[in-house]
Design a protein around this ligand. Structure first.
Ligand SMILES: NC(=O)C1=CN([C@@H]2O[C@H](COP(=O)(O)OP(=O)(O)OC[C@H]3O[C@@H](n4cnc5c(N)ncnc54)[C@H](O)[C@@H]3O)[C@@H](O)[C@H]2O)C=CC1
Ligand SMILES: N[C@@H](CC=O)C(=O)O
Ligand code: NA
Length: 442
């Protein structure tokens, strides 16, 4: 009966152009075909794939794309004037930016997974979507399949988000998890990630934190109703994390994770925000510590809702295509109703704090002479830079000792200056591990 009723009310097809047919694009094609009837029923009209822009048409693809749909002329496809919906899964800045702008100008609604572009120049795209009166949706751009952007933009629109703490890069989480569980070094763990297809042949964007920084910019913008770009995000990757850092974390009953941290801080001149990506120790009891392998999770703290956690697959063709299809159904429904969905609100116009004035905590391992007064000298150095010590542990190592200091929260610049000063002290041999500490409620 229901099926019959839907068929009776089905409208003419919405015409879809797909830009890019790699890992994500080919899964979009597969799901469109396999779920065609359900999608038609959910949207209220069929979605008809009318063109697929590719770079190399001769390539064998995971999805069976009819040859007559393939074109190398992506610009021509989005300029045709008869396209209702465009999915951009090419990636990178150009030609993706120009293609999305042309698609919007020609009246199409757009779905993209392109975090690099949104984090670099989202404001140009949002302005173009608004001018055209069309939707621009991008749930897949952060944490793949995990619904996180829609909850921030819509479900939490009546609340005040104060903090977003996320594991938003699957490759680096896989590497750090391997280092923790098997004691592997960074290089060995990276090779395993590459063998399993998680890390690219050139893993720089993942390993050096650029991918997570783009996602942090998008998260901070939506969470705090402001504009944060990738250039505003402090970034450190995981290539300097050693097996000894991971072992130090284990001794503290903690794990090392690459975190994206976005915070709202109230000040006398109004709220400001910070966004940073760096490795940090978190206690094993924290919900993010149990995020294993290539999974992602985003932990959101808001004033009324309290703590929320979003967990699932953050990468991979099919999971990412799931998020793309979710957006596609939404923008297709909006087209049929001739409305625009919720757009970006950037009314807050918050200042973005530099990393130096962001408050963090440090775990510092210091190799020193095991002599009377050395601990006091080290403690003075912290105090001289205005950094309060939370705990100190000392381990004897023959004539030497290792001091493991965990600080209270202090300006990151003061902590960095403390470490610099420690390195010049006569009884200090080495500052062998420096790691920020997060998530233990301080
Ligand atoms: N793979 C994943 O797990 C995730 C990917 N994303 C994003 O999804 C987007 C696509 O990623 P993937 O599918 O993994 O990349 P991919 O590299 O597998 O696919 C991109 C495709 O675009 C094609 N292409 C490049 N230039 C083109 C042009 N001018 N015209 C037409 N086609 C062109 C390439 O030949 C390639 O087949 C990127 O923005 C990526 O950041 C987001 C979340 C997860
Ligand atoms: N390279 C990314 C994939 C999706 O954004 C990751 O490893 O998480
Ligand atoms: Na997502």
């Amino acid at each position: 009966m229901d099926g019959q009723r839907n068929e009776d009310t089905v409208r003419p097809p919405l015409r879809l152009a797909l830009l890019g047919c790699g890992s994500v694009g080919s899964q979009v094609v597969r799901l469109l075909r396999e779920q065609a009837d359900d999608l038609t029923a959910r949207v209220g009209a069929p979605i008809e794939l009318v063109g697929v822009a590719v770079r190399r048409p001769e390539l064998q693809r995971d999805a069976d794309v009819p040859a007559h749909l393939l074109t190398t002329d992506a610009a021509g496809l989005v300029s045709r004037g008869d396209i209702d919906l465009v999915v951009e899964v090419i990636g990178g800045i150009e030609p993706s930016r120009s293609l999305i702008l042309t698609a919007l100008e020609n009246g199409a609604s757009v779905v993209t997974a392109n975090k690099a572009l949104l984090a670099e120049d989202g404001s140009t795209l949002f302005a173009a979507a608004e001018k055209a009166g069309r939707d621009l949706y991008y749930e897949a751009a952060v944490a793949g399949a995990i619904p996180i952007l829609r909850p921030l933009r819509e479900s939490l629109a009546g609340d005040k988000v104060r903090r977003v703490l996320g594991i938003v890069n699957g490759t680096t989480n896989f590497i750090l998890d391997k280092m923790d569980t098997s004691g592997a070094g960074f290089t060995e763990a990276l090779e395993e990630a590459q063998d399993l297809g998680y890390a690219e042949a050139d893993p720089t964007a993942d390993v050096e934190g650029y991918d997570a920084a783009a996602k942090a910019a998008i998260l901070a913008s939506l969470a705090f109703h402001t504009r944060v770009t990738a250039a505003d995000v402090y970034r450190e990757g995981i290539s300097d994390v050693t097996a000894s850092d991971v072992a130090s974390a284990r001794e503290m009953d903690s794990v090392v994770k690459l975190l994206a941290i976005c915070e709202l801080t109230d000040g006398p001149d109004g709220p400001s925000v910070s966004a940073r990506v760096h490795p940090a120790m978190i206690p094993r009891s924290h919900p993010l510590a149990s995020v294993r392998e290539a999974y992602n999770a985003v932990f959101v703290e808001s004033e009324a809702a309290g703590q929320l956690m979003f967990y699932g697959p953050g990468a991979g063709g099919a999971p990412t295509a799931s998020a793309v299809l979710g957006d596609l159904v939404t923008v297709a429904r909006n087209r049929l109703m001739d409305v625009r969905g919720a757009g970006e609100s950037a009314y807050a116009q918050c200042e973005v704090l530099p990393m130096g004035s962001t408050e963090t905590r440090y775990h510092v391992a210091i190799d020193v002479d095991d002599k009377a007064g050395v601990l006091a000298q080290v403690a003075h150095t912290f105090a001289d830079h205005g950094v309060s010590i939370k705990t100190v542990r000392q381990e004897g190592r023959g004539v030497d000792a290792q001091l493991v200091v965990v600080s209270h929260r202090a300006a990151d610049a003061d902590l960095a200056a403390t470490v610099e000063a420690l390195r010049t002290m006569p009884n200090v041999h080495d500052v062998s591990s420096i790691m920020r500490v997060e998530g233990d409620g301080e």
